[in-house]
Ligand binder design. Sequence first.
Ligand SMILES: *[C@@H]1O[C@H](CO)[C@@H](O)[C@H](O)[C@H]1NC(C)=O
Ligand SMILES: *[C@@H]1O[C@H](CO)[C@@H](O)[C@H](O)[C@H]1NC(C)=O
Ligand SMILES: *[C@@H]1O[C@H](CO)[C@@H](O)[C@H](O)[C@H]1NC(C)=O
Ligand SMILES: *[C@@H]1O[C@H](CO)[C@@H](O)[C@H](O)[C@H]1NC(C)=O
Ligand SMILES: *[C@@H]1O[C@H](CO)[C@@H](O)[C@H](O)[C@H]1NC(C)=O
Ligand SMILES: CC(=O)N[C@H]1CO[C@H](CO)[C@@H](O)[C@@H]1O
Length: 402
Amino acid sequence: MGRPVAALLALCLISLTTCSLSRRAAALSVPHGLRRGHGRLLADATAGGTAVSMSWSRFFYVVNFTIGTPPQPASGVVDLTGDFIWTQCATCRRCFKQSLPLFNRSASSTFKPEPCGSARCKAAETNRCSSDGVCGYEVGIEFGNTLGIGGTDTVAIGTATANLVFGCAEESDFKTMLGPSGVVGLAGTPWSLVSQMNATAFSYCLAPPETGKNSRLFLGPSAKLASGKSASTPFVKTNPDDDLSSYYRVQLEGIKAGDVVIPTPRNASTVLVQTFSPFSYLVDDAYQVFRKAVAVAIGGETPPYPHDLCFPKAGFSSANAPDLVFTFQGAAALTVRPSSYLIHTMNDTVCLAIMSSAQLNLTGEFVGLNLLGSLQQENVHFLFDLEKKTLSFEPADCSSLT
Ligand SMILES: *[C@@H]1O[C@H](CO)[C@@H](O)[C@H](O)[C@H]1NC(C)=O
Ligand SMILES: *[C@@H]1O[C@H](CO)[C@@H](O)[C@H](O)[C@H]1NC(C)=O
Ligand SMILES: *[C@@H]1O[C@H](CO)[C@@H](O)[C@H](O)[C@H]1NC(C)=O
Ligand SMILES: *[C@@H]1O[C@H](CO)[C@@H](O)[C@H](O)[C@H]1NC(C)=O
Ligand SMILES: *[C@@H]1O[C@H](CO)[C@@H](O)[C@H](O)[C@H]1NC(C)=O
Ligand SMILES: CC(=O)N[C@H]1CO[C@H](CO)[C@@H](O)[C@@H]1O
């Protein structure tokens, strides 16, 4: 299965001509990467913490990194539900458009293809053996599916340099990721950046795109919140066979939009914290109540384009719009301000960046899931403690965090 989120639909509606929707449904049902086998990899990553800058690139928070000797530049979408670090290679047969040159593994003296019999190849759930004995992998993202071979090489990311296993993508059924050359996955899977760095914690703080400032990602000991007064909530406990067990889910106690209580059915009260989609998705019953609360508070909605609820940009004021407050298990309250959920579109409208999950046609264990979008996480510092299995967070000015 691919990413549970389908930002693509919304992306296409907003501004793009390059989208191909046809494979989205397939991506949602294709087996993806490494869900089980939480064993640590044998990477000799730099011990200690590392700080990484992320920049906003149209729809994603992106990190720049280098691979190889001499180093070649790559850029990856930071994906909390991403299982791998992967980038497109010059050997690709079906390539998507990217801003940087493709990674040329023949030009790196340190690149080593991952043999298909190795322990870390077996740790990739979708591993397969290529005819020349190299470990292959396959992964689904919102845009479609991508596959390639595994390899190890020197990766420099933020302040760390480490020998990491990554995916060298050779066939993808989508046309572009809007610039980036791949994905930097932060899920609890063996080939993710977090696992390979043996991080017991990581944190990030997303700066609002309009500030033009970089955002921050901290791995290992440098992941810390400033105050001792942060809110904290446990990850949803799961059985390791659960397809979602490698991802970061928290339990809702309630949602309010201003004074309006938004119903969250017991079987639909899990929130997946993710960074691939800029938008949030609420289960439909909750969404409809939220939508109405916002429509009534602001008034004067236009016909719904490009999103489900829009207002004319001229004279728009969010002054009456309610704060959206998610209360998670343990009374941890996350406030999403109107500026984080009402976005300006190219259509001279301001639209709701929170949608109904009914649009996603989710199946299987994704049914009933709410998704927290990256834009609704801005200016909050989130700390993922992988030992205590908790998510803590506190408001922060992400563009000035060091
Ligand atoms: C991560 O753990 C593995 C296995 O215990 C070890 O070989 C490797 O050196 C560790 N890496 C770091 C960065 O500590
Ligand atoms: C990554 O590289 C791009 C292109 O060179 C640049 O615009 C962006 O600011 C860089 N991002 C970070 C976080 O350094
Ligand atoms: C990759 O690097 C090799 C060795 O430097 C070079 O011969 C080859 O032309 C490069 N391939 C591409 C596609 O740039
Ligand atoms: C979701 O399913 C409905 C009904 O089957 C279909 O009309 C719609 O196109 C699907 N939406 C997407 C985004 O796949
Ligand atoms: C939750 O349970 C109700 C009542 O049993 C059912 O109608 C609904 O479809 C379920 N919703 C989800 C998201 O599973
Ligand atoms: C407010 C506004 O300009 N809405 C327009 C957005 O674009 C669609 C499709 O082109 C138009 O139908 C809307 O009128």
